[in-house]
Design a protein around this ligand. Structure first.
Ligand SMILES: Nc1nc2c(c(=O)[nH]1)N[C@H]1C(S)=C(S)[C@@H](COP(=O)(O)OP(=O)(O)OC[C@H]3O[C@@H](n4cnc5c(=O)[nH]c(N)nc54)[C@H](O)[C@@H]3O)O[C@H]1N2
Ligand SMILES: Nc1nc2c(c(=O)[nH]1)N[C@H]1C(S)=C(S)[C@@H](COP(=O)(O)OP(=O)(O)OC[C@H]3O[C@@H](n4cnc5c(=O)[nH]c(N)nc54)[C@H](O)[C@@H]3O)O[C@H]1N2
Ligand code: SF4
Ligand SMILES: [Mo]
Length: 760
C-alpha cells in the first residue's frame, strides 16, 4: 500500500497544499469532500488504487475551497485503527470484547432480532440516530424503510444544527431560504464564525462579499476574528440573541425602516408583533444583552437599510433555550425588511425540477397518521416532529408539488431527549432497538449519561462507523462504514440549495466497508422487505433519480460541476408562501394551534447560584477535527492535543488558575477535566468548552469510553425544562451555569496527570 503523502507545512505550522504535479500513475477524480457538511469540490489523486492526496479543485470557482481536514483525509481513512470489518460483541455490553464476523452473519442476526423486537413492542420500539452528512449516501433510504415498517423514531445531529432551523423557518414563511452571498450588501453574523479551516467555502464567500464592500455586523460575546473586522460588533451576553433581535425590531418598526408594501400585502400579524416588540424598549434590551443601546440601534439601521442583507444560517441560535423564538425572529427580520426572495437576500430555492428528490425516496406519506403521532416528542416538544409540521403538508403541495418535502433532513424528527428517555424505559412506550449511523450519539446531544443508560437498556444496538467511538463501544454490532473516497455521491445540498453536484468514486472501499445506502439495502433484505429497495446498486439508484433530466449519473458527473436552475425572485407573487395562510406569518398560526405563543418571546436565564456562578457555552469549533471525529489522526491531534477551556485573565485570576493547568469543570450533571487556555477574546465570567472530546488512545468500555467520561461536553449539557427550548425541546448550549474546581487532592491530581501523560 503506498503511504499517504504527509502534509506540507510552512514555518508557522500552517497547512500548505502541495503544488500539483502530474506524476506518472496518478489518477485524479473530481469529488465533493464529505468530511463536513460544506461539500467542498476537491480533487483526489490516487496511486495504485488508493487516494494519497486531496487538493483544491481545478475549477476557479472552487479555488481554495479546501481545509486541513480534507488534506488529511487519506491519513484519516487509512488509519490503522479504522473499523474495516463487521464486529460482533462478545461478553457483556460495553466490555470492549469483539469478534470479527461476516456481513451475512451480522445482518442475518440483526434482521431476526429487529423483527422480534418489532413484533413484541411495536415498530416504534426501533429508533435511529444519524448524522446528516457522515451518512450522506443514505439519501433518505433509511427513512423509507422505517416509514414502511412503521416507526417514526428517527433523529439526527441536525436536531441541534440546521435541521431544526429549517423546521422553524417554515413557521414564518413555509420554507428555509438560503443567503445569496454573491450579491449581498450586508451580513449579520449571529456568532457564526467560519474560518480558513472551518466551513471553508462559506468563509471564502463571506470574504469575497466583504472585498466587494458588504457591511458586516457581528453578534458574539467573544472577540472573534469576525468581530475584529466587523463594521459593528455587539458583544452580547451568551444566550441573549433573541433579546437582541427584539431590540433590532424595536428600532426598525419605530423608525419605519421596514418594507411597508411587503408587510401590508404579504404578512399577517404585524400589529400583534408590534405590540410584543413594544415590550422590548432599547434600555430593556441593553440590560438583557449587556450591549450599548446606541450600537444596537446603529446595527439595526444598518441591517434594515444597507441591504439586501443576509443572516447566514448559524447553529448558535439553534442551541439556545429561546431557540424557537430566536429562529423565528431571524425570519421575521428578513421578511419585514424585504430581504427575502430578492437578489442579494435570502432565496427560496425549491426542489430541482425533473429530479427525484430525497422526499420522494423517504415516502413519509406511507407512515400511518397514528404512527406519526407516536413520534417521541410529538406531545411535549412537537415543533420539528410530524405533528408540528403537519400543517405544512397542504401548503407544501401547493407551492412545491409534494406534501412532505424535507429540508436538511430536519423537518420530521423525533425529539432526541424524549427518544433517549424512552430508551431508558421512561417514555410513553419502550424503545428497544437503536441504530447509530455515522453519529457518535453519546457525545452529540445533551445529557450524555442518559444516552449511555438508554443504550445499556437496549436489546439491540447497531453502529456503523469508521472508529471505535464511545458510542460504538456500547454496540452489539459495529459495522464498517465507507469513506467519501470510496463511494460516488449525488448531492442536492439536502434540498436546501437548489443545486445538484456529483462526486466520483476515487477508490474501492477498504476492507469490507460499505456505504450507508448499502447498509439500508441489507437491512431491507434482512427484515424480509427487499421490495423497499428496488435498485441493484447506487449507480442504478442515481440513474433512476436523474432519468427525468435525461442523463445517467456518470454522464452528469462528467459534464457538470454544479447544476442549478436560474434563480427566480419574488416567486411568492405567483403562489404565495407555503404557510396555512399563504402569507408570511409574523404571528404563527401553526405554533398557536400547537398550543404555544404564536409570537416570539424571550425567557431570561434563571439567576446564577453561588455554587455555579460561571456560565459556559460549547463551541468554537476546532480546526483539525470535525465535531467528535478525528482525534486519532496524528497530524491533526498535534495541532490540538487536549480539550481546552478558554477563560480571560480576569476570570482565571478570580478562580486562581494558570494557563495550561488541568482543572475540573463542574455542574449538576457532571465534572469534566479540561486544560486552561487564557484567551483574551473571552468576556468576564464566561467559559468556552470544546465540543466532542474523547481520546481514542484511552481505555475502551463502559465507564471509561476512551476518556469521554472525563472530557465530553455532552455530559454537562443540561436538558431539563429550565435549560431547554420549549417548542422544539433542544438544550441551551449557550449559557449553562458551571464552576471551575482546582484539582487538589493527591488522588485526583495523580489521575489527572496520568490522563495527561497517556496522551503525550
Ligand atoms: N453536546 C453537544 N452536542 C452537539 C453539539 C455540541 O456542540 N455539543 N453540536 C451539534 C452540531 S453543530 C452537530 S453538526 C452535530 C454533529 O453530529 P454528528 O454529525 O452526528 O457528529 P460527528 O461527531 O461529526 O460524527 C459522528 C461519527 O461519524 C463518523 N463518520 C465520519 N464519516 C463517516 C462515514 O462516511 N460513514 C460512517 N458510517 N461514519 C462516518 C465519525 O467517525 C464520527 O464518529 O452534533 C450536535 N450535537
Ligand atoms: N474545523 C471545523 N469546522 C467546523 C466544524 C468542526 O467541527 N470543525 N463544525 C461545523 C459545524 S457542524 C458547525 S454547526 C459550525 C459551527 O460553527 P460556528 O457557527 O462558527 O459556531 P462555533 O464555532 O461554535 O462558535 C462561533 C462563535 O459563536 C460565539 N458564541 C458563543 N455563544 C454565543 C451566543 O450565545 N450568541 C452569539 N451570538 N454568539 C455566541 C462564539 O464565541 C464563537 O465565536 O462549524 C462547522 N465547521
Ligand atoms: S470545509 Fe474542509 S472538511 Fe468541510 S467539506 Fe470543505 S474541505 Fe471538507
Ligand atoms: Mo453543526
Amino acid at each position: 500500500m503506498p503511504a499517504p503523502i504527509p502534509l506540507s507545512e510552512d514555518e508557522n505550522g500552517h497547512i500548505k497544499a502541495v503544488p500539483h504535479q502530474q506524476r506518472e500513475g496518478v489518477v485524479t477524480k473530481r469529488t465533493l469532500c464529505q468530511t463536513c457538511d460544506q461539500q467542498c469540490a476537491v480533487v483526489t489523486e490516487s496511486i495504485d488504487g488508493q487516494v494519497v492526496r486531496v487538493r483544491s479543485s481545478d475549477n476557479p470557482l472552487f479555488r481554495d475551497h479546501i481545509c486541513m481536514k480534507a488534506i488529511a483525509s487519506p491519513q484519516t481513512f487509512s488509519h490503522p485503527d479504522r473499523i474495516l470489518y463487521p464486529l460482533k460483541r462478545v461478553g457483556e455490553r460495553g466490555s470492549g470484547k469483539w469478534e470479527r464476523v461476516s456481513w451475512e452473519e451480522a445482518m442475518s442476526d440483526i434482521g431476526t432480532r429487529l423483527n422480534a423486537i418489532i413484533e413484541t413492542y411495536g415498530p416504534e420500539a426501533w429508533a435511529v440516530s444519524t448524522s446528516q452528512w457522515n451518512t450522506a449516501t443514505d439519501h433518505g433510504l433509511g427513512r423509507r424503510i422505517m416509514n414502511h415498517v412503521g416507526t417514526p423514531n428517527w433523529t439526527s445531529g441536525v436536531a441541534y444544527c440546521a435541521g431544526n432551523t429549517a423546521a422553524i423557518n417554515r413557521m414564518t414563511y413555509g420554507w428555509f431560504p438560503l443567503g445569496d452571498f454573491n450579491n449581498t450588501k450586508c451580513i449579520l453574523l449571529m456568532g457564526h464564525s467560519p474560518n480558513r479551516h472551518s466551513w471553508t467555502m462559506i468563509y471564502q464567500m463571506l470574504r469575497f462579499a466583504i472585498q466587494r464592500g458588504a457591511k458586516v455586523i457581528v453578534m458574539d460575546p467573544r472577540k472573534s476574528h469576525w468581530a475584529e473586522m466587523a463594521d459593528i460588533w455587539l458583544p452580547l451576553k451568551a444566550g441573549s440573541d433573541t433579546a437582541m433581535m427584539f431590540g433590532f425590531l424595536k428600532v426598525i418598526i419605530d423608525e419605519g425602516l421596514y418594507d411597508k408594501a411587503f408587510v401590508k400585502n404579504w404578512t399577517i400579524g404585524f400589529d400583534d408583533l408590534k405590540k410584543r416588540v413594544d415590550e422590548y424598549p432599547l434600555d430593556r434590551v441593553a440590560r438583557l444583552t449587556g450591549c450599548d443601546p446606541e450600537m444596537i440601534a446603529k446595527a439595526a439601521r444598518m441591517y434594515a437599510t444597507e441591504g439586501p442583507s443576509v443572516i447566514p444560517w448559524t447553529p448558535i441560535t439553534d442551541m439556545q433555550r429561546n431557540s424557537t423564538s430566536g429562529i423565528r425572529l431571524q425570519s421575521i427580520l428578513r421578511a419585514i425588511c424585504g430581504h427575502i426572495d430578492v437578489r442579494g437576500g435570502e432565496i427560496f430555492n425549491g426542489p430541482i425540477t425533473d429530479f427525484v428528490i430525497e422526499a420522494d425516496i423517504e415516502m413519509h406519506e406511507v407512515l400511518p397518521h397514528a404512527q406519526k403521532m407516536k413520534q417521541l416528542g410529538a406531545d411535549t416538544h412537537p415543533a420539528f416532529t410530524y405533528r408540528g409540521q403537519a400543517a405544512f403538508t397542504e401548503p407544501l403541495k401547493r407551492i412545491w408539488g409534494r406534501a412532505y418535502v424535507n429540508q436538511n433532513t430536519g423537518c420530521y424528527m423525533a425529539n432526541p431527549t424524549e427518544m433517549f428517555r424512552a430508551m431508558c424505559g421512561d417514555g410513553p412506550y419502550p424503545v428497544k432497538a437503536f441504530f447509530a449511523l455515522g453519529n457518535n450519539t453519546i457525545l452529540s446531544y445533551a445529557n450524555g449519561q442518559r444516552i449511555i443508560d438508554g443504550m445499556m437498556n437496549q436489546e439491540l444496538v447497531v453502529v456503523q462507523e469508521h472508529a471505535m467511538t464511545p458510542t460504538a463501544q456500547l454496540a452489539d454490532y459495529v459495522l464498517p462504514g465507507d469513506s467519501w473516497h470510496e463511494r460516488p455521491w449525488l448531492s442536492d445540498a439536502f434540498s436546501w440549495g437548489g443545486f445538484l453536484r456529483g462526486s466520483e468514486q476515487s477508490q474501492e472501499p477498504m476492507g469490507e466497508a460499505k456505504s450507508t445506502w448499502e447498509f439500508w439495502k441489507l437491512v431491507a433484505n434482512a427484515i424480509g422487505r427487499p421490495e423497499l429497495v428496488p435498485w441493484d446498486n447506487i449507480y442504478d439508484f442515481y440513474d433512476d433519480r436523474l432519468k427525468g433530466m435525461g442523463m445517467t449519473f456518470k454522464e452528469f458527473v462528467a459534464k457538470t460541476d454544479v447544476y442549478f436552475e436560474p434563480a427566480q425572485f419574488r416567486k411568492y407573487e405567483a403562489k404565495g408562501f407555503a404557510t396555512p395562510s399563504g402569507k408570511v406569518e409574523l404571528r404563527s398560526s401553526v405554533l398557536e394551534d400547537l398550543g404555544f405563543d404564536g409570537l416570539p418571546y424571550f425567557r431570561e436565564d434563571p439567576e446564577l447560584t453561588e455554587e455555579y456562578p460561571l456560565k459556559m457555552f460549547t463551541g468554537v469549533r476546532e480546526d483539525p477535527y470535525f465535531q467528535t471525529a478525528g482525534r486519532q489522526v496524528p497530524d491533526m491531534r498535534k495541532r490540538c492535543p487536549e480539550p481546552r477551556i478558554f477563560v480571560n485573565q480576569k476570570t482565571a485570576d478570580e478562580w486562581d488558575v494558570q494557563a495550561d493547568e488541568w482543572v475540573e469543570l463542574a455542574n449538576e450533571l457532571a465534572t469534566l477535566r479540561m486544560q486552561v487556555e487564557i484567551n483574551p477574546s473571552m468576556p468576564d465570567d464566561l467559559v468556552r468548552v470544546p465540543h466532542g472530546w474523547w481520546k481514542p488512545e484511552m481505555e475502551i468500555g463502559h465507564g471509561k469510553l476512551s476518556g469521554a467520561m472525563l472530557h465530553a461536553d455532552s455530559l454537562m449539557c443540561r436538558d431539563d425544562p429550565e435549560y431547554m427550548d420549549i417548542e422544539q425541546g433542544i438544550p441551551h448550549l449557550k449559557g449553562i451555569p458551571c464552576r471551575i474546581n482546582k484539582i487538589t487532592t493527591d488522588a485526583t491530581k495523580k489521575e489527572g496527570q496520568a490522563d495527561v501523560a497517556e496522551v503525550h
